[in-house]
Design a protein around this ligand. Structure first.
Ligand code: AMP
Length: 119
């Protein structure tokens, strides 16, 4: 990761901000969302700074697979993979993105309802 990443998540990766980290390897970090939308709500963030899905280059495409695989592995380890879960990636204003460092939400722990329900 370069030091140009000044987002909130970049600061968590550099340990400048505290977070409840549940997984980390050379390429990504995962920590609990500060405002959980489900009993389990974990964010998977690549260490390479990529602002939004729109900025993802073909060379960086494997990053998405690594985030998804890490989320699935976490679900298996934690014992809720069979019950099920949801992964979400928000992009820009209409997608509800608020932190401009690419990340994948893992939501689980209860039936999540219909997609976009209540809006
Ligand atoms: P998004 O809206 O898709 O950009 O997701 C950003 C997420 O980051 C939201 O669900 C926030 O609750 C979460 N968030 C913001 N600040 C923190 C923080 N310091 N630690 C953990 N999660 C955070």
């Amino acid at each position: 990761m370069t030091q140009t990443d000044t987002t909130l998540f970049g600061r968590i990766i550099r340990r400048e901000l505290p977070a409840d980290i549940v997984y980390e390897d050379d390429e990504l970090i995962a920590f609990r969302d500060i405002a959980p939308q489900a009993p389990v709500h974990v964010l998977f963030v690549p260490k390479t700074p990529i602002a939004t899905l729109n900025e993802l280059t073909p060379e960086q495409a494997p990053v998405i697979g690594r985030l998804a695989l890490a989320a699935a592995n976490y679900a298996k380890e934690q014992g809720f993979a069979e019950a099920g879960y949801r992964i979400v990636m928000n992009c820009n204003d209409n997608g509800g993105q608020t932190v401009f460092q690419l990340h994948l939400h893992l939501l689980a722990g209860a039936p999540l309802g219909g997609f976009g329900e209540g809006r």
